[in-house]
Write a protein that binds this ligand. Sequence first.
Ligand SMILES: [Zn+2]
Length: 83
Amino acid sequence: MCQQIPALSVAAMWRVNKMADDIDRAGERIDAEMTARLRALPTFNIPSLLNCQDCGEEIPSKRRAIGAVTRCVDCQNNFEGRR
Ligand SMILES: [Zn+2]
């Protein structure tokens, strides 16, 4: 009877690892997703705002380069209902 294999703890470990992985990747995934979505829209010839229309903070030039950017990352996330 060697059924003492800790199947449960392996599953628990896997879950913890996956969770940490998700947290690690959440930031860049959201950013990549947003960039991809913005690129998919034909907005590249629409100028971006210098400052976020919601909080007035300066939008980084790298972000403005996407085109038609009117919000900083934080406000865009809020606008899209991400929390
Ligand atoms: Zn903002």
